[in-house]
Design a protein around this ligand. Structure first.
Ligand SMILES: *Cc1c(COP(=O)(O)O)cnc(C)c1O
Length: 353
């Protein structure tokens, strides 16, 4: 520690993102839930048209993009705030909307405890059931702001709308943040509930289902009042956090419904094929509604499986330090060919194990 660092920050344990190999040439990268497909053609065109305007500051209100999102969901623009990835929206929510601390599952998105730590927010975890499902009753009486990834990461499991409704109704003075990073792969969105509940915030991203992980683009949806307060936080930090290129690409991606439908359905289809084949080889596979599978191999440890795949040029995600999920790896759904290669490599590994 230098003598310049704020002492409280000496103990920070930063989030560890999945590896981004220098060269993805020969590697099949199934470790960070990116889309295997390029951004839609209109988004690429929008980017090149936007490029010369990079000399100007972008529109800090993201008006055009917000209108496209509003049209997609049939909600007013006053209910939407665009951010630099959902990580930024989540950071603002931790900073500004956790007056009594934060509560979330013991197995969920690893960034939640990191944000809490950075901002000095007290946080508490609630264990998932043995089968990794969320028991809403465990949150009854909790006064902290609830953070719920739905579908959850890395399990892929979804909380059904009636359960989410129960969670919201446990305490109408407690905020529930639903992180819907993976909602477009088979879950049911909480967006329609925004009309009924002003203690709900829904966060979605362009990173997983709209091919823009590198664009850093996401949005929060909530009551007009809450969005105003969240906007005040954004404008107190960086009014231009959403850059012009990302905005132009995101708007095009939001408007191209055909490409969105085609790519997400392809990913869901490949997920089901892969899940089926892995189960036939004896794997435990959760019922994922995300663009990844959460699986535990038979006979060998998850750590061995991770390394044996790596030896064959396939990278998946493994969390060595986490006791409850140490027998699992997370496999992002890549292209159809990627998944065939994964199954081929797995068959080879299983034959000698
Ligand atoms: C990927 C992911 C995010 C972050 O997405 P960005 O929009 O790229 O910041 C947020 N929440 C969960 C659960 C994720 O898996």
């Amino acid at each position: 520690m230098t003598r310049f660092l704020t002492p409280e920050l000496n103990e920070l344990e930063p989030y560890v993102p999945g590896e981004q190999p220098r060269s993805v040439k020969k590697l099949i990268k199934l470790n960070t839930n990116e889309s295997p497909y390029p951004p839609c053609p209109d988004a690429l065109k929008a980017a090149s048209e936007q490029a010369p305007r990079a000399r100007l500051y972008p529109d800090p209100t993201c008006r055009v993009l917000t209108a496209a999102i509003g049209a997609f969901y049939g909600i007013g623009q006053e209910h939407i705030l665009c951010t630099n990835g959902s990580d930024e929206a989540l950071a603002f929510l931790f900073r500004a909307f956790c007056p009594r601390g934060a509560v979330f599952a013991d197995v969920t998105y690893g960034f939640y405890p990191v944000f809490a730590d950075l901002f000095g927010i007290r946080c508490r975890t609630v264990p998932l059931r043995e089968d990794f499902s969320v028991n809403v009753d465990d949150y009854a009486g909790a006064k902290e702001t609830v953070f719920l990834a739905n579908p959850n990461a890395p399990t892929g499991l979804c909380l059904p709308p009636r359960e989410l409704r129960r969670l919201l109704e446990q305490d109408l003075d407690r905020l529930v943040v639903v992180d819907e990073a993976y909602i477009d792969f088979g879950g049911i969105s909480a967006v329609p509930m925004l009309k009924e509940y002003d203690n709900l915030v829904v966060v979605q991203t362009f990173s997983k289902s709209r091919q823009l992980a590198g664009g850093r683009l996401a949005f929060a949806m909530a009551s007009k009042e809450l969005i105003e307060e969240l906007g005040a936080v954004k404008f107190s930090f960086n009014p231009y956090s959403v850059n012009g290129l990302a905005m132009a690409m995101g708007t095009a991606a939001m408007l191209d419904l055909d490409y969105f439908e085609k790519t997400r359905h392809q990913i869901m289809a490949d997920r089901e094929i892969t899940a089926h084949a892995l189960k036939a080889m004896g794997f435990t596979v959760t019922d994922s509604k995300a663009n990844f599978l959460f699986v535990s191999p038979p006979r060998i440890s998850a750590e061995q499986y991770f390394h044996l795949l790596r030896d064959r040029g396939i990278i998946v995600r493994y969390w060595p330090g986490q006791e409850r999920i140490k027998n699992y790896v997370r496999i992002s759904i890549g292209s159809h060919e990627d998944m065939l290669a994964l199954l081929e490599a797995t068959k080879e590994i299983m034959e000698v194990s």
